[in-house]
Design a protein around this ligand. Structure first.
Ligand code: MTE
Ligand code: MO
Length: 320
């Protein structure tokens, strides 16, 4: 497996950061001071990458694996060195360094809301609770790049069954830890921290929806959302919320971070769809990290067989 991947092989022209909206929105409001701040943040010098460490043995053992479409795993250096995690920084290459010492113990995940058996799980109790599965999933960021990542975890539906949602529960809401001491990005008032996300009940119970505790055969690293995150591979990456401390079953569609921040640009469903452009760029193609050329984006990121029936009869343009 090639390990000579370098962040600078990603052309900046391929990447349209989710944050760029700040410039436009705030200029439009005439908030010149804020706008200048946003431009500065976007142009801030990038944090030097961490000194290279030897590859864990588990990583080498996965060399040569492919997803079900025949595409090889994205190299470990990219999976763990090129991340979106706005709680730390908007520089993708900077996340790993800033998150390196993020404390993931002690940690609890409180599961509650409209359930018969609310329970607060200690993370180590939760990780041992259900048999782990290895899943190779494509991750497609709304910005137009993608990776193939080997995750480890268990289907969210197993945890939901244990807490017994009531009939009133129609959605699941996820919340990232709020800890500005450890997460410098949470001091940026442009975002409604903590990061929240949500799924409709059937989406949450879909077999693809993985509560994820590992990557590349080892425990999750902080930059990938340790100690526990969601992965929904048919949706844009921003739905795959990291560092979860709270899961609530709720009656109404939750208001979540990206739609609250830029409602015209990011919707609740965020299903990968080449036919529904983002207001500022087409979604018809993407660049697989490590590839030179763009490739066509697949409806539901190639998982239509498992998920399309959930959206039968729904207007996917209106419900973007
Ligand atoms: N809490 C939190 N979760 C998050 C994000 C974030 O900024 N904060 N970024 C999202 C986005 S935009 C993407 S593309 C994926 C990236 O996951 P990865 O860094 O593990 O590849 O995480 C998602 N989960
Ligand atoms: Mo993303």
């Amino acid at each position: 497996m090639s390990t000579n991947w370098k962040p600078d092989k990603i052309r900046s022209s391929d990447i349209t950061p989710e944050a760029v909206y700040l410039n436009r929105r705030q200029f439009m409001k005439g908030a010149a001071v804020f706008a200048a701040g946003a431009v500065l943040a976007a142009c801030a010098p990038q944090i030097a990458p961490q000194a290279p460490t030897p590859l864990p043995a588990e990583v080498g053992a996965m060399a040569g694996q492919k997803d079900e479409l025949g595409d090889p795993l994205t190299v470990y250096a990219a999976v763990t060195g090129y991340n979106n995690y706005y709680e730390f920084t908007q520089s993708k290459e900077g996340v790993a360094g800033l998150a390196h010492d993020f404390k993931t113990r002690p940690w609890t995940v409180a599961v509650g809301g409209l359930v018969n058996k609310p329970h607060t799980y200690d993370i180590d109790e939760l990780i041992k609770r259900f048999p782990v599965q290895e899943r190779i999933y494509r991750l497609r960021c709304v910005e137009g790049w993608s990776m193939v990542i080997p995750w480890r975890g268990f289907p969210l539906k197993q945890l939901l069954a244990e807490v017994e949602p009531t009939n009133a529960a129609k959605y699941v809401r996820f919340q990232t830890i709020l800890d500005p001491q450890q997460m410098p990005g949470q001091s940026d008032p442009s975002f409604p921290w903590p990061y929240t996300e949500g799924l409709r009940m059937d989406e949450a119970q879909n077999d693809l929806t993985l509560l994820t505790t590992g990557v590349y055969g080892q425990d999750l690293l902080p930059q990938n959302g340790a100690p526990i995150r969601i992965v929904t591979p048919w949706k844009y990456g921003f739905k795959s919320v990291k560092a979860i401390v709270k899961i609530d079953l709720v009656a109404d569609q939750p208001s979540t971070l990206w739609p609250l921040t830029a409602p015209d640009e990011y919707g609740f469903y965020a299903n990968v769809n080449p036919n529904v452009p983002h207001p500022r760029w087409s979604q018809s193609t993407e660049r697989r990290i490590g590839d030179a050329d763009r490739r066509p984006t697949l409806l539901f990121n190639g998982y239509a067989d498992q998920v399309a029936s959930m959206y039968a009869g729904m207007d996917l343009h209106a419900n973007f």
